[in-house]
Design a protein around this ligand. Structure first.
Ligand code: NAD
Length: 265
């Protein structure tokens, strides 16, 4: 029997939360009165504005730890600082990620290493460091922001697709190893979400195809996402909140598409 009612399950760490999906997810947890730790790059005035927004939204505490997720030593600091300042990490959301596009034969080895480090290896480090405390508390929710590219491939995204398939595999192993301690680990697999990461690809596509930015958006969605709309940030934040909730206690090791039908084809 596991104890579903461990005390104070209300602390969350979201990596890469100074922008896009991570920021929206952190805000969702703030609105539900979690103590929130965010990580990610940004100017000091930008990160302090996000912390103010988190507190104004209902976070009982909000801290920013500026670790570089490509560096194992920095990640140790991120986990120890968060545990010290929040008291625990009940919900760990591995979200930090980057993209780089190139054909495999032209893919710079250094870019491959960087994408794998930030999109995959960082989650191995956060999980291995956070798990002992989760196991000691008999509670934990690990949510890895993977991608549809953890389920299917696309051209010119070798490192990203490899990292995202890898994080889904890592998630399954963690789920199996921790299931008896009331810990779940799941992957969230978004389709296109309009964030700076995708805006950069849209700009590149518009330039390559010599089309307007509106046409580039239409082409991007038409190619992959049957809903023909971006996945709203709020829907991602709601899915993460659900996975952290008692109602999701039996969802473990899953890879959940939230992709407007992309992977139904
Ligand atoms: P984004 O570019 O808006 O945000 C990325 C975040 O990661 C930022 O906070 C940035 O500072 C942080 N980051 C990048 N490198 C870092 C490093 N070395 N150390 C610490 N932080 C670092 O991107 P996004 O679209 O919000 O993407 C978030 C996650 O969602 C990524 O893992 C991405 O692969 C995934 N995802 C995005 C989409 C999409 O369409 N936008 C779709 C599927 C999956």
């Amino acid at each position: 029997m596991t104890d579903q009612a461990a005390p104070n399950q209300n602390t969350v760490l979201v990596t890469g939360a100074t922008s896009g999906i991570g920021r929206a997810v952190a805000l969702g947890f703030a609105r539900n009165n979690y103590a929130v730790a965010i990580n990610g790059f940004g100017q000091e005035n930008e990160t302090s504005a996000i912390l103010d927004e988190l507190k104004a939204s209902g976070a009982t505490k909000a801290i920013h730890v500026p670790s570089d997720m490509s560096q194992a030593g920095d990640i140790e600091t991120l986990i120890s600082t968060t545990q010290e300042q929040l008291g625990s990490i009940d919900v760990l959301i591995n979200n930090a990620g980057i993209q780089y596009t190139s054909l495999v034969e032209d893919f710079p080895a250094q870019k491959w290493d960087q994408v794998i480090a930030i999109n995959l290896t960082s989650a191995f480090h956060t999980i291995r460091l956070a798990l002992p405390m989760m196991k000691a508390r008999n509670f934990g929710r690990i949510i890895n922001i993977a991608s549809v590219h953890g389920l299917v491939g696309s051209v010119q995204k070798a490192a990203y697709v490899a990292a995202k398939h890898g994080i889904i595999g890592l998630t399954k192993v963690v789920a199996l190893e921790s299931a008896e301690q009331n810990i779940t680990a799941n992957s969230v697999c978004p389709g296109w979400v309009l964030t700076p990461l995708v805006e950069a690809q849209l700009q590149a596509n518009a330039k390559r195809d010599n089309v307007s930015s509106e046409q580039a958006v239409h082409n991007l969605l038409l190619e992959k996402q049957p809903s023909l709309r971006f996945v709203p940030l709020d829907e991602l934040s709601q899915l993460c909140l659900f996975l952290a909730s008692p109602g999701a206690s039996s969802i473990n090791g899953a890879a959940l598409p939230i992709d407007g039908g992309w992977t139904a084809r």
